[in-house]
Design a protein around this ligand. Structure first.
Ligand SMILES: [Fe+2]
Length: 165
């Protein structure tokens, strides 16, 4: 079976009972894959961003256990996530270079000042597209964030269509 399907199942288990998180990871992975395809990325990068979408928030459970529900900031997620991602991905047999890059993305997905690759950019855009909706952001706030953070033509177009910018 494709590793990303196994990862998807592992992450649904990780967030079992937390329907909001389960829905979130499915949407982020799907949008990340879609943007990667529209941007003409190769198969390896498409698989990598989809996997990153499934696992990017894996630090939340540990963060909430340590700091309490509602107190797991983006920074804490970035701190807690990589070690958890490393174990999940290694157990599923992902290549060492994919594990390293995905763990890096998990550890940086709320940091917008050091985006160093198309995979990172795509994960950030996909996460924002989902969070705009889930957090009920105003059109003005969405427009501002898209202008400031979004770089891919496909991500910008998706935002523009979804939110009638
Ligand atoms: Fe997220």
């Amino acid at each position: 079976m494709h590793k990303n399907i196994l990862l998807y199942k592992a992450m649904l288990q990780h967030f079992a009972g937390d329907s909001r998180r389960c829905q979130h990871l499915i949407k982020v992975a799907s949008l990340a894959k879609e943007i990667a395809i529209l941007e003409g990325a190769d198969a390896k990068l498409i698989d990598l961003v989809e996997a990153a979408g499934f696992i990017h928030d894996c630090g939340i459970v540990a963060g909430e256990a340590k700091y309490g529900k509602g107190h797991c900031t983006g920074k804490i997620q970035e701190q807690e996530g990589p070690a958890i991602a490393q174990k999940i991905l290694s157990d599923l047999g992902y290549d060492a270079d994919a594990v390293e890059r995905i763990c890096y993305l998990v550890g940086h997905h709320h940091t917008y000042t050091s985006i160093d690759g198309l995979d990172y950019q795509i994960l950030v855009e996909a996460d924002f597209l989902v969070n705009f909706y889930e957090d009920g952001l105003s059109k003005e706030a969405i427009t501002h964030t898209v202008a400031k953070i979004f770089r891919t033509a496909s991500g910008k177009e998706l935002a523009s269509r979804m939110f009638a910018l």
